[in-house]
Design a protein around this ligand. Sequence first.
Ligand code: AMP
Ligand code: GLY
Length: 442
Amino acid sequence: MIHGGRLKVDPGRKGAALRILVVGSGGREHALCWAIAASPLCDKLFCAPGNPGIAQDAELVPIGAMELDKLVAFARDQRIDLVVVGPETPLVAGLVDKLEDAGIKAFGPRKGAAALEGSKGFTKDFCARHKIPTAAYQRFDTVEPALAYIRQKGAPIVVKADGLAAGKGVTVARTVAEAEAAAKDALVGGRFGSAGASVVVEEFLEGEIASFFALVDGVEALPLMTVQDHKAVGDGETGPNTGGMGAYAPVAAMTDAMAKRVMDEIVRPTVAAMAREGNPFKGVLFTELMLTRDGPKLIEFNVRFGDPECQVMMMRLKSDLLPALIAACDGELKDFDLRWHPDAVLSVVMAAEGYPDTPKAGGAIRGIERAEALDGVKVFHAGTKRDAAGTLVAAGGRVLNVTARSAGVKAAQALAYRAVDLIDFKEGFCRRDIGWRAVGRS
Ligand code: AMP
Ligand code: GLY
């Protein structure tokens, strides 16, 4: 028994010397590789395409996350036992279908189930069919009816591109004019390409935001953790939305009673209905919630680990991650149990100047070793590369995830910022208030 879970391994292979491929190149994938590399069950770990931080834990493979056929061929040639898909784009494009059809075990949903993230309209209609609590909404693919609906409902109101838009497709409009502009940009201006050819206009929800993660095997859902992300680029939740500027756990607002409601009212009904509709979901179901006065309401589903929420989860995980991922693939999550550090974990994103609009590439980064010399600190690479001279430089919007574990959110926050201050990244910046809801503002 491994932490209560049963591990199935290929009977043709001795013991559990597993060969694993992780797909992706961000901080989330670094955290996954770091956790998987620590598993005694892992014999060989590859990451495609990975980054210089991941290279410390895995052998990098120069195949992009969207080169689906090349990934399948690599997994077949290398006799990979399990492929763990990090980002949403290959999931929505059907990477898991291709892998499974080639007889390769893959962690993550098939394309049909990935629509829970790939199409907001699909998800809203699904919620309506199954009475899953979410904001009231309408879908539009032409502009005039969208504008009429916006005027009728008034502001604040939320306009969302239907498809994947790298976290930028949502406008929380404070005025009717702002909402109208967002609908026009998507439906007429083509701002999000085909992802914005259809929009959802929905009710503005008030409350505290939280990300709830569950591992799902098609039938059973095992709650993992609640993490709070910080989407806005600036301190005090100002400026444009990003993929996430920092995260922490535990989240006080997610009481046991609230978590039970999330499981009973949102997660379990979703898993059951997806299976009934012939679209069973397996992988990580990432439920973004608004904790409103009327209880938890779904903002959106994602079909993968959050980034940077995953980094927080992996640093709190005491159990071996690998058996849990395999149990999710094998439909064996029933009675599975995972153990977590009681300590808090907080992760600060160091981003490149100009993020999210025009992040500056090439800024030199030094001092990660100094930061990691602090007890309880791990720096995950999110967007880095080595330049011709071998210097570590920024190569993305979000560059580093400085992650700290300590007793309580306040101590974890202090430790994370001590580590940040030891890193020399002149063309980078970070928010200084990650975790403010838990520790207050100084
Ligand atoms: P999403 O890309 O759906 O996660 O939305 C980005 C951000 O917009 C969320 O993290 C929320 O802060 C906010 N948001 C989305 N939908 C709503 C809503 N219906 N009411 C209030 N805020 C929302
Ligand atoms: N941090 C939010 C996300 O991964 O979508």
